[in-house]
Design a protein around this ligand. Structure first.
Ligand code: DC
Length: 230
C-alpha cells in the first residue's frame, strides 16, 4: 500500500484532541484532514438559526432537505458553507455543540451526511476524525486510532481553549457539558461512540500534541509497510 493513499480514521470523545492531532498529521504528511464533527455542527447550526428546537426530532428531519452544505478545501483548510455563507466560528459555540450532539442521534441526519464523507474517504490520502469513522464511514481504513483521555483532562483542555477565545465559561460547566455529551454520544442507538475492534486505543492524558502526532504518523508508516509485505 502506498503511504499517500492510506485512509486514517481518528475517533474518540470530544476534547480528546482529535482535530488538533489530525491537523498536525495532515500538515506533516500532506494528507487531507476531514473534520466530520463540523458537518454535524453545521446541521445543528441550521436548526438553531431556523428556530427548530434541539429535541424536536421530527422538525429536524423535516427541515433536512433544506440544509445545503458545501465542503471545500482551501490551502489545506476545510471550509464549510451553509447555503453560500462560510460557517466559520459559528459552529464552535457551546450551543452549536449541544445541537450537533442532538442532531447526530437521528438516523436520517447520519444518512444525510454519509455519502459526503464516504466520497472523501474513497480518494485516499485522508485523515478523518469523528465518532464512527473506523466503524461506519471507513470500516476498511488501514489505520484506526481511538484517541481519548479522562473527562477531567478533556474538560481542562476545552476550558483553556474557550477562555483563550474569550468565551465566558467555568471549568465545572465545561466538565458537565462533556460528561453529558459523552453519555449522549455513547448511549445512542445508531453509530454510538465506541472503538472499532481493530483500532488502537490511545489514552493521551500524559502526552502532548507532538507526541500524539508522532504516534499516528508511526502507525501510518507501519500500516504502509505491513500492506506492502502482504
Ligand atoms: O467532534 P465534534 O465535537 O465537533 O462533534 C460534534 C458532535 O457531532 C458530537 O456531539 C458528536 C457528533 N459527531 C458524530 O456523531 N459523528 C461524527 N463522525 C462526528 C461528530
Amino acid at each position: 500500500m502506498e503511504f499517500k493513499k492510506l485512509r486514517v480514521a481518528v475517533d474518540g470523545p470530544s476534547g480528546a484532541g482529535k482535530s488538533t492531532v489530525a491537523k498536525g498529521v495532515a500538515a506533516k504528511t500532506g494528507f487531507v484532514y476531514v473534520d466530520t464533527g463540523a458537518l454535524y455542527r453545521t446541521v445543528g447550526l441550521y436548526m438553531a438559526e431556523h428556530g427548530i428546537a434541539a429535541d424536536d426530532g421530527d422538525g429536524i428531519v423535516a427541515a433536512l432537505p433544506n440544509v445545503e452544505i458545501k465542503l471545500a478545501y482551501e490551502n489545506g483548510e476545510q471550509i464549510i458553507r451553509l447555503g453560500n455563507e462560510p460557517v466559520g466560528a459559528k459552529i464552535r459555540t457551546e450551543e452549536a455543540s449541544y445541537y450537533a450532539s442532538a442532531v447526530s442521534k437521528l438516523p436520517p441526519v447520519r444518512e444525510f451526511l454519509l455519502e459526503m464523507q464516504r466520497s472523501l474517504a474513497r480518494q485516499g490520502g485522508v485523515i478523518m476524525d469523528g465518532r464512527d469513522i473506523g466503524t461506519v464511514i471507513m470500516p476498511d481504513a488501514e489505520v484506526k486510532i481511538f484517541l481519548t483521555a479522562t473527562p477531567e483532562t478533556r474538560a481542562q483542555r476545552r476550558y483553556r481553549e474557550q477562555r483563550q477565545k474569550g468565551i465566558d465559561v467555568t471549568y465545572e460547566e465545561v466538565l458537565e457539558a462533556i460528561i453529558a455529551r459523552d453519555k449522549q454520544d455513547s448511549e445512542r442507538e445508531i453509530a454510538p461512540l465506541k472503538p472499532a475492534p481493530d483500532s488502537v486505543v490511545f489514552y493521551n492524558d500524559e502526552y502532548d500534541i507532538g507526541e500524539c502526532v508522532a504516534f499516528v504518523v508511526g502507525a501510518m508508516n507501519q500500516a504502509a509497510l505491513d500492506r506492502k509485505t502482504v
